[in-house]
Structure formats: C-alpha cells, structure tokens
Design a protein. Structure first.
Length: 86
C-alpha cells in the first residue's frame, strides 16, 4: 500500500472481486483500530471507497449474468449470456 498516497484508486479496476474485498477488509481493520496516522487514514479511506465501488460493480455484473442464464425446456441451464465487467 505504499503507492496509495500518490493515487489511492490506482489499480483498483484491475483487481478481482476477491482481491479487492480482501484489501478492503484489511483497510477497514486498520481504520477501525486506529493504526494509521490522519493523512494515511484519509488515503486509506479514499482507496476503501474505490474498492467498495469496484466490489459493488462486480457483484452487480454477476447478478446480471445470473439473471441472463437461459433455462432450457427441461429446466436445466442451457447457456449464460456474457456479462460486461467494465
């Protein structure tokens, strides 16, 4: 997290949901325990907000993808439409 000060949102869009969530949990833990000086806490909070938005977008895309699963006449999932994770 040493590059957070330069741009707290850098690289967030490239993270998987799981990696973003893990980092977000780490940030929340640090902030809850007061482990960061004020300026660093502000940067951490900004990165946390970006990670939260990223996770929400990934979850929404997954929800849309699940909703787009085409169910065949026999009741089984035939195929799924691709989701756009942008």
């Amino acid at each position: 997290m040493s590059d957070i000060k330069a741009d707290p949102t850098q690289g967030v869009a490239d993270l998987s949901f799981e990696a973003a969530l893990k980092e977000l949990e780490s940030i929340v833990d640090r902030l809850e325990h007061g482990e960061a000086p004020l300026e660093e806490a502000i940067d951490l909070y900004q990165r946390g907000a970006a990670l939260k938005a990223h996770c929400q977008a990934r979850l929404e895309a997954a929800r849309v993808r699940v909703e787009q699963i085409v169910v065949g006449q026999d009741g089984t999932a035939g195929r799924a439409e691709p989701a756009d994770f942008q």
